[in-house]
Design a protein around this ligand. Structure first.
Ligand SMILES: Cc1ncc(COP(=O)(O)O)c(C=O)c1O
Length: 422
């Protein structure tokens, strides 16, 4: 007998897209959420310099790196963070797993929509999962009311309560405001719940206005982040976690035990190179600032095109995603036999070459007719070259977003035609 766990839906979509391209047809790749930007030259140089490092490091991560990460995040989150609170691992995904795995008798409360891996990870560990449904009207945010109801229900049966938050969010590109986080922190504290705050997209908050819930609940918050998104280095597999302030030594020992029995440590050359990423240097900050400017401009332009196509979506505030809502076309889609998000995604991939991930992958009801669009189908290297020559402009947005805009235009025309015919 084998464990029931399906491969990630992103990988499946990539295979379908590749098959269509092989038949000579164009695919608009909105499915895969990988940074379009290259790794900064300063990081590449740092990695080359440290290629000879062959030794295992401390399980928790190199002290010099943890020190830099603590300094960086103390400034970024406007709170004092100690290097002992920092955990380094091969990707923040491993850290999410390690944190959840450190608890026994736990319920994991997950907003819907939320990133694809939280629930499968919790289930692999054997934790109960409880989805907290949100809606378009609530901007896909959990409210103190929803949180309170879910926590009081979970508290009846489980000793440890773990809540997942993700801001800026995947799949919606939206952020929690300081006021919303403050209100959630009050409820979390009341139930002595821990929050795992996935802030992997935080440096890509388009206006550089990221707020962490850790500011309002430092003793109950784990923050996770890493180099995958803002440093364009997903394949480097470098994640970091910030443990709650004054966290008990048993929790840390459990995490160290799990880490040492599974991945041992993050790769040492990558850890040495990451010291440069987290050192406050002008090159890195300009590189991230440029990404924010480009992503904001492209995101808003794509959003406008999506609205023109007759779909609902909130304008993105961080990262590189938009959550499309097809409900305006519900009746006409139903008339041609499309009743769920997956049916719509399969059909638009087949007919228009537009690759989207259905909302069901993110815990939404298939009848909500939502799909995630990642606006990363552009050449990030060329975009960075253009922005380094001067101000970013609408002309540059159109130049770089051209292919994606064509894909959305085609999608809009296709949907409007269906509407007309039915
Ligand atoms: C919301 C979110 N969290 C975590 C991850 C995983 O990041 P890492 O590469 O650090 O494991 C991703 C990657 O797509 C993500 O979108």
């Amino acid at each position: 007998m084998y464990r029931q766990i399906s491969p990630s839906s992103t990988l499946l979509l990539n295979e379908q897209s590749a098959a269509i391209e092989k038949n000579g047809r164009q695919v608009f790749r909105f499915g895969f959420g990988q940074s379009p930007f290259p790794i900064s030259d300063v990081l590449k140089t740092a990695l080359i310099e440290h290629a000879y490092r062959k030794e295992y490091t401390q399980v928790q991560g190199l002290q010099a790196l943890r020190n830099k990460v603590a300094e960086y995040h103390s400034v970024f989150e406007k709170r004092k963070i100690n290097e002992d609170q920092i955990f380094v691992a091969p990707g923040s995904k491993s850290l999410l797993y390690t944190i959840m795995c450190a608890y026994t008798d736990a319920a994991v409360l997950i907003p819907a929509p939320a990133w694809v891996s939280y629930a499968p990870q919790a289930e692999l560990i054997g934790h109960a999962t409880l989805m907290m449904q949100t809606s378009f009207a609530q901007r896909y945010r959990i409210t103190p009311d929803i949180l309170e109801r879910s926590l009081s229900e979970a508290a009846k049966n489980y000793q440890s309560l773990l809540v997942i938050l993700n801001s800026p969010g995947n799949p919606d590109g939206l952020c929690y405001t300081a006021k919303e986080l403050q209100a959630l922190a009050v409820v979390l504290e009341k139930y002595q719940a821990k929050v795992i705050s996935d802030e992997i997209y935080a440096p890509l908050q388009h206006d550089n206005q990221h707020v962490s819930i850790a500011r309002y609940y430092p003793k109950g918050t784990f923050v996770t982040s890493g180099l995958s998104k803002w440093a364009g280095a997903g394949g480097w597999r470098l994640g970091i976690a910030i443990l709650p302030e004054d966290c008990d030594s048993q929790l840390k020992d459990a995490m160290l035990g799990i880490a040492s029995e599974t991945y041992s440590c993050a790769s040492s050359p990558i850890q040495y190179a990451a010291i440069t990423a987290y050192s406050n240097n002008v090159t890195m900050s300009l590189y991230v600032q440029h990404q924010r400017t480009i992503l904001k401009a492209v995101g808003l332009y794509i959003h406008k095109a999506v609205i023109d196509a007759g779909l609902h979506a909130h304008a993105p505030e961080g990262g590189f995603y938009l959550l499309l809502d097809f409900t305006a076309y519900r009746q006409s889609l139903k008339a041609i036999g499309l009743n769920t998000d997956s049916e719509i995604c399969n059909k638009v991939l087949e007919d228009v070459g537009v690759a989207l991930l259905p909302g069901i992958s993110f815990g939404l009801s298939p009848k909500a007719l939502c799909a995630r669009l990642a606006y990363v189908d552009f050449d990030g290297t060329l975009a960075l070259e253009d922005i380094s020559e001067g101000e970013w402009s609408e002309t540059l947005t159109i130049k770089h977003a051209q292919k994606m805009l064509l894909g959305i235009e085609n999608l809009g025309r296709y949907l409007k035609q269906i509407d007309q015919d039915n």
